[in-house]
Design a protein around this ligand. Sequence first.
Ligand SMILES: Nc1ncnc2c1ncn2[C@@H]1O[C@H](COP(=O)(O)OP(=O)(O)OP(=O)(O)O)[C@@H](O)[C@H]1O
Length: 348
Amino acid sequence: MAEEFLNLEHLFKYFGNVTAVDDISVQIGKGELVSFIGPSGCGKTTLLRTIGGFHRQDAGDIVLDGQNVDHLPPERRSTGMVFQNYALFPHMTVYRNVEYGLKIQKLSKSEREERIQQALSQVQLENYDNRKPSELSGGQQQRVAIARCLVLQPKVLLLDEPLSNLDAKLRMTMREEIRRLKDELNLTVIFVTHDQEEALSISDRIIVLNEGVIQQLGNPDEIYNHPVNPFVANFVGQSNILEGITEEEGPKTLFKNDALEFEITDNNSQQRDNKRKIMIRPERIIINEDSAIQGNVSKVVYNGNVIRYFVDLNGTEILVDQFNIDSSRHYHKGDHIGLEMPKDPHFL
Ligand SMILES: Nc1ncnc2c1ncn2[C@@H]1O[C@H](COP(=O)(O)OP(=O)(O)OP(=O)(O)O)[C@@H](O)[C@H]1O
């Protein structure tokens, strides 16, 4: 992480008896893109709006670039908020929409014009000045909403589900755009999304929230491959969580339960023979007819170029991904299938 730039210190926010933000502390670096993810109602938007000054926290402090901003209204916080529905003024041109927030700043007409053109160029919307929002595509409207924030030169850009109204292809393009902007301007960005894959692809770090509490804060690799608890493992991506014991058998260490038994390289000897939980991502399981672990396909699901098999092993359902491009054989419900487990499952 770059030097601390935005510090959230023991933040709490209550709505009646609901604790929407429950003792959140985090330091965000300058130029970092941090996503908030978590199930509906976990407090993502409340936390974002509290940072932006649209809610006042019940306890805790927000320090931005060395300044405590708790007492400042949204327009004086140097935070720019982009809303899910863009909130553009429909009767105003692109130029006027971008100019709007600048009017309260004491700038000459030429300074204003320069700033507006710069912001429109940053979002690659030069020459759209005279269009009305209704004459723009969803992606272009989104860019105007971002330009309207950038023109104010915020220290932090707050994006609340900014891509959820766009189709899948445009979402991908806009993800790259947001990364590009962040890199070019060394912008600090906080990004709220429902889409875990989006968070994994766009973020420097991700905060996984549940019931107002941070479950894990880490980079995408840490969140995906080393979740700290079953909640994170289940919430982010697909996973198999298995309970069992580890046992020595000659020179080998085995993971065992009623459904399966396989060799692992486990160096945590203190926990031998105790009940343990492991997580295995479906793409790490290899389909191998010769494997000792055998079961029957209970369901087949097609998802993009991935075929997903649910395999019943003595009553435990295991999820396996097979990528079309590599697949020499497709299986059907009821087929017998052999599975090879990775030797280094993640222990939870
Ligand atoms: N203005 C409000 N008044 C009362 N309760 C609220 C208000 N805003 C949010 N809440 C409650 O606070 C909790 C967190 O809500 P929040 O909108 O922050 O969740 P979220 O993670 O953004 O959800 P979603 O993904 O559905 O947008 C929820 O229990 C919600 O019902």
